[in-house]
Design a protein around this ligand. Structure first.
Ligand code: DGL
Length: 284
């Protein structure tokens, strides 16, 4: 089966797209809701939590794990890939960066994300790396692409979790967060947080029709289709019964309620189990 890890509920936006395009594969999702949000935590805490969650998914039988959380991908992916070279763990930043580069018309890319993602500068690094791979230095587009403007939007995660999607307060906060990106005249916006796609309509309204909005979960799911076609040895190990199960480190009832909103369909109690990872403050 395919393991999908997230700091809480947001990664269900990736599950949703994956189920739409690859419904035959079994999925095991783990949301670390007891310790969410990751977005304002230190790199070392996010790395430790992500390692525990991803290892749990492999222990449950996942053959490959997608880290859907942008913050976990930014802080922990490289560490996990070098510590566990025989495990296949894929992040969300490269697929979203690739999609942005494919879509941008003028090379002006904006990234709206959690504090952790913005502080890591990893979207900038990946966009610059991909640009140098895609364009010959003599190509004038290489000079243009990408001009990146990043901004943190820490209040959006709690607002989305509260269901304040259409509230005037949310619109006002969104307008404030988007101001530096509008001033930079971006033509492509990466939603560098799993929660933001629930505000997609608001983003599009504020940025205008000309601005391409990249949903990182959708980019990750699409990129994964391509990955599987290039890695038949992995694809052949994945079970195909169309079953989707969910693990949460917090209350299963709350997960069912909030998770159904993110997934866009009702999650039944049978599908969810509560699990324990290490406590937030381990005893000495
Ligand atoms: N899943 C996180 C991300 O994509 C957002 C929520 C959090 O801060 O934990 O960065």
């Amino acid at each position: 089966m395919i393991g999908i890890f997230d700091s809480g509920f947001g990664g269900l936006t990736t599950v949703r797209e994956l189920r739409r395009i690859l419904p035959q594969y079994d999925i095991l999702f783990l949301g670390d809701s007891a310790r969410t949000p990751y977005g304002s935590r230190s790199t070392s805490a996010v790395t430790r939590f992500t390692e525990e969650g991803v290892q749990r998914l492999f222990a449950e039988g996942a053959k490959i794990v997608l880290v859907a959380c942008n913050t976990a991908s930014a802080d922990a992916l490289r560490y996990l890939q070098s510590k566990y070279p025989h495990q296949k763990t894929l992040g969300v930043l490269i697929p979203a960066a690739e999609e942005a580069l494919a879509q941008t018309r003028f090379g002006r890319i904006g990234v709206l994300a959690t504090r952790g993602v913005v502080a890591s500068k990893n979207y900038e690094k990946e966009l610059n790396k991909l640009t140098s791979l895609l364009y010959h230095p003599a190509d004038t587009r290489a000079e243009q692409i990408p001009k990146i403007t990043s901004a943190p939007a820490p209040l959006l995660v709690p607002l989305v979790e509260e269901g304040w999607i259409k509230k005037p307060e949310t619109r006002m906060i969104l307008r404030k967060y988007l101001r530096p990106l509008k001033e930079a005249n971006i033509d492509t916006l990466i939603l560098g947080c799993t929660h933001y796609p629930l505000l997609l309509q608001e983003f599009q309204r504020k940025m205008g029709k000309q601005c391409v909005i990249i949903n990182s979960g959708v980019a990750q799911a699409r990129n994964f289709v391509n990955y599987l076609s290039r890695h038949r040895e992995i694809e052949q190990t994945l079970s195909q019964n169309g079953v989707c199960r969910f693990l949460t480190t917090d209350d299963a009832t709350r997960f069912r309620e909030l998770g159904s909103r993110f997934l866009g369909e009702t999650i039944s109690s049978k599908q969810i189990s509560h699990i324990e990872l290490l406590p937030v403050f381990p005893q000495k």
